[in-house]
Design a protein around this ligand. Structure first.
Ligand code: MG
Ligand code: MG
Length: 247
């Protein structure tokens, strides 16, 4: 799906709200806070900007962000009972709707001082995202994104999650086509200006295998290793990739 300039303007606005949710949640991360504190900070931004949440109520999801600590990969439900401790890592996935158009972006941050291994996981996962984003140029093929992400993550010895992938985004949060974070064996559709994608590598220190917890939402690494998640919403433009969700 290609978006016209009027639609891209709205998506830029939605992206800005999501970027602001990142800044607001990052600002409260420290030992002793709960993941519900992060949800409150994000909800404040949504309200202040007159946006609506695309997460709240999505298949019954009960919050405006996903908060996934340590070996949790994605889809953690914020809770007053989940306290962050020194040395933890926390993945925060945020989304917002402005005038019917969606933004979606995630980051993983350290809580206080983190181990060298955890810091390396965060650095490599974010770098893999940007390697993927670089592939979003007119005339290139979509699935070069996954090839680039996978190359960075696996060169570091990490596992790339297969079950959850990036996606098109626009008037719905999840639109076709899917964007795997690995080489799927075919080059995929040709990229054209006005296409918008959410690219979101999930990278594990250990094996790429995943497991869903009893709440039916939280996805964790099968081997208990740490996992990181970085995501941006990006348009293909005449001048290359334009990231809508940069702070
Ligand atoms: Mg997301
Ligand atoms: Mg997404």
């Amino acid at each position: 799906m290609r978006r016209n300039e009027g639609e891209l303007i709205k998506m830029r606005k939605a992206g800005k709200v999501v970027a602001e949710m990142h800044e607001a949640t990052r600002a409260v991360i420290r030992p002793g806070i709960t993941t519900m504190d992060l949800n409150r900070a994000a909800a404040d931004v949504i309200e202040r900007r007159g946006a609506t949440s695309n997460f709240l109520g999505y298949h019954g999801f009960p919050a405006v962000i996903c908060t996934s600590p340590n070996d949790m990969i994605v889809h953690g439900i914020p809770s007053d009972d989940v306290v962050l401790h020194e040395g933890d890592i926390i993945s925060v996935d945020c989304g917002a709707i402005i005038e019917g158009y969606h933004g979606d972006a995630a980051y993983t941050a350290g809580v206080g001082e983190i181990s060298k291994a955890a810091a390396r996981l965060l650095e490599v996962t974010e770098r893999s995202l940007f390697a993927g984003i670089e592939q979003l140029t007119k005339g290139n093929r979509l699935h070069e994104v996954g090839r680039a992400v996978q190359k960075v993550a696996e060169a570091a010895g990490f596992g790339v999650v297969r079950e959850y992938v990036g996606h098109g985004i626009g008037t719905a949060m999840h639109e076709a086509p899917q964007v795997p974070n690995y080489w799927p064996g075919t080059p995929g559709p040709m990229l054209k200006t006005g296409m918008v994608f959410a690219i979101e590598p999930m990278v594990n220190i250990g094996s790429p295998e995943t497991m869903t917890l009893e709440d039916g939402w939280a996805v964790v690494t099968a081997d208990g290793s740490l996992s990181a998640h970085f995501e941006h919403t990006i348009a293909v433009t005449e001048h290359g990739p334009e990231i809508f969700t940069l702070p």
